[in-house]
Design a protein around this ligand. Structure first.
Ligand SMILES: C[S@@+](CC[C@H](N)C(=O)[O-])C[C@H]1O[C@@H](n2cnc3c(N)ncnc32)[C@H](O)[C@@H]1O
Ligand SMILES: [Zn+2]
Ligand SMILES: [Zn+2]
Length: 625
């Protein structure tokens, strides 16, 4: 892939988000922060038109009117309508842009598809921040008629056209708040059914019949040799599926319908095989192994007749392989089970009668777990777009969802602590960032007395007045108009904390990508009370003199950084991905914070703006260095 623009730290690719994402490798970025086009708010003008009337200015046939919200700010041509679909003159609209889907459902489905690819590209310990705003159903509703005002400027006579798709969709009425951010967030949490590698049922049945007749499902045993110990360390087992035939067309068809593997020549006519049989014709083989073989087994299982047992045995072995034991520490009983399955499948393939043990599993469809939704951060705008509404409050917030792939992930809370408020500092009870639950007669004190130290004391490192409190979930950040465009870019201040928390300041291992982490040391004991500061005093005395106000904690200090892997390499900057790069704010902030970045943007016009913006900023920085 050739980037549209690059710097020492970053790469910008122009193209459709899914096309580009599919070319990025698995688990290759530390985090993603992005702001997708909001549903129905704006046409980014990326459409190309094919055919139709060449004098026509072309405008989509479906129109949606969005009123209220930040509509005015975003919509095209000064109207609050967005247009999609083909033109009335017959021109076909060719456009990959996201946001012009007809219904919220279609938009949400697209988001799920896109962020599923992001999930693949993200490291397992990575996080993803998604900025989403909401919109109101327009007074005309989706698919309503054109109004003359919006249309008149394009072509005489357009107003006579009545949209045949006019209907109210999915229970959303004009004036309804669409709730798009939460629809997206909830959809992203859901597990995802991975569709079979073979699409049609006919093909599945055909492939199953191939396996029943000409194929084999087996387990290959291999030994791994450990150089340092100079011995064969342990038995490895891997599933394979193979179809052999002298008819190469049949095997080409297997490859075609599964999209897996290659056909390879197996034997030449006249060669003798392992069993001493001389083959009369050239023969070919198609032999997926490991994950690819499991995909094949999953797709054909329900149609298999003769080789169902083999499919179950192979599938169970694969489960044992995947249940988290690295090659070092496979427990003995698991290893015994694998060896047993290896013998069992061999017996099946030699047509000996076998009974399957009760722990054998049937191949099931593949399920990808959904995202973990970890926070719904409210981006509060102190300077919202003015709205002329009188029957609801003016909208002054958007969402920033924090999502992760796993329950545990990299998150540097230390990097984004916020200062304590004046009132908090004045009140000793608040110094730990939480109120104490209890007083002289309350549970805390009793717990203390019974030597069961309360949790605020047990925690080795917790929020204290010197470090500030843990960042909260409402972020107040003003929007800035982007010069020279009506286009809304996100403020740098909005994504700075995301990048600071989501990636290690020190960087990551160049080999395995694991982030370096802070070595945080517990400093002196400090306390804050109405009376002032205590430092380094004996905590027992303090607690006894102030039982209900345990505003004491230890100072925390980052004394060093350490790798979280054992590769032993110097760290390099972490990678931040923004799949809807727009005017390149993410790139800009990454350059400033010394993070690598990858941007994807469909519109060439915005790629140009982004490249210029980043180029200028990096040049300026170099001048000052
Ligand atoms: C809300 S803007 C992002 C603004 C950006 N955060 C900034 O600060 O400049 C959304 C961007 O997504 C782009 N976009 C829309 N559909 C796309 C697609 N299918 N693939 C890639 N980018 C797309 C639009 O051109 C637009 O620039
Ligand atoms: Zn047209
Ligand atoms: Zn490493």
């Amino acid at each position: 892939m050739t980037p549209y623009f690059q710097t020492e730290l970053g790469l910008l690719y122009q193209g459709d988000v899914l096309d580009i994402l599919r070319q990025l490798s698995n688990k290759s970025v530390q985090m993603c922060v992005t702001s997708p086009p909001y549903w129905g708010l704006r046409d980014y003008g990326t459409a190309k038109w094919e055919g139709g009337d060449e004098n026509c200015k072309h405008i989509g046939m479906e129109s949606r009117c969005i009123s209220g919200g930040q509509g005015k700010q975003y919509t095209n041509e000064g109207s609050n309508r967005v247009f999609s679909g083909d033109c009335i003159c017959g021109a076909k609209r060719i456009d990959n842009q996201i946001g012009l889907e007809k219904t919220p459902e279609e938009y949400v489905a697209k988001m799920v598809e896109v962020f599923r690819e992001v999930r693949r590209v993200l490291r397992d310990d990575g996080v993803c921040f998604i900025n989403l705003g909401d919109s109101y159903m327009g007074s005309g509703g989706p698919g309503s008629q054109y109004d003359n005002k919006a249309i008149g400027q394009y072509k005489e006579g357009f107003h006579k056209y009545k949209n045949p798709n006019r209907k109210v969709m999915n229970g959303l009425k004009p004036k309804d708040l669409c709730g798009i951010p939460w629809r997206v967030a909830i959809a992203l949490q859901q597990p995802y059914r991975v569709s079979s590698c073979v699409k049609s049922e006919v093909d599945k049945a055909w492939l199953a019949a191939m396996f029943d007749g000409e194929g084999c499902i087996g387990i290959r045993r291999f030994d791994s040799y450990r150089k340092e110990k100079q011995q064969v360390y342990q038995d490895g087992f891997v599933v394979y599926t193979v179809v052999t035939n002298s008819d190469i067309e049949l095997l080409d068809r297997c490859v075609e319908i599964t999209g897996i593997g290659k056909v390879r020549p197996k034997q030449r006519a006249g060669d003798t095989d392992g069993r001493g049989i001389v083959s009369r014709r050239d023969s070919y083989g198609w032999r997926p192994e490991g994950n690819a073989a499991i995909k094949v087994i999953r797709s054909i299982y329900s149609h298999l007749i003769a080789k169902r047992k083999q499919a179950c045995i192979a599938f169970t072995l694969d489960l044992l392989n995947k249940n988290g034991h690295g090659s070092r520490s496979v427990p003995k009983d698991v290893q015994e089970k694998k060896t047993y399955l290896w013998g069992l499948i061999k017996a099946c393939n030699q047509r000996r009668p076998v009974d399957l043990p009760d722990w054998i599993q049937e191949p099931k469809e593949e399920i990808e777990p959904g995202w973990y939704l970890r926070s719904d951060i409210i981006w509060h705008k102190p300077n919202p777009m003015p709205e002329s509404v009188t029957d609801r409050p003016t909208k002054s917030h958007e969402y920033l969802f924090l999502l992760s792939k796993q329950a545990k992930y990299y998150y540097d809370a230390e990097a984004i602590r916020e200062p304590l408020s004046e009132s908090t500092l004045a009140d000793g009870r608040n110094a730990t960032g939480r109120h104490t639950q209890g007083d002289e007669h309350g549970t805390k004190y009793d717990e203390w007395e019974s030597k069961q130290k309360p949790s605020w004391y047990r925690a080795k490192v917790f929020v204290n007045p010197m470090n500030g409190r843990n960042k909260r979930s409402v972020w107040t950040i003003a929007t800035h108009p982007f010069p020279g465009s009506h286009f809304a870019v996100f403020p740098e201040k909005l994504i700075e904390p995301c990048i600071l928390a989501g990636t290690s300041e020190k960087g990551c291992c160049p080999d395995c990508g694991k982030p370096w982490e802070r070595v945080v040391e517990k400093g002196e004991l400090i306390g804050k009370d109405r009376g002032g500061n205590y430092k380094g005093r004996n905590i027992d005395r303090l607690v006894h003199t102030n039982p209900g106000k345990p505003g004491m904690s230890y100072e925390t200090k980052t004394t060093n950084w350490q790798p979280t892997c054992s590769c032993g390499k110097e760290p390099i900057p972490c990678v931040v991905l923004d799949i809807f790069f727009g005017a390149g704010t993410t790139g800009l902030v990454c350059e400033k914070l010394n993070r690598r970045w990858i941007g994807i943007e469909l519109s060439e016009a915005y790629c140009k703006i982004a490249a210029k913006r980043i180029d200028n900023a990096t040049k300026q920085r170099r001048l000052f260095e």
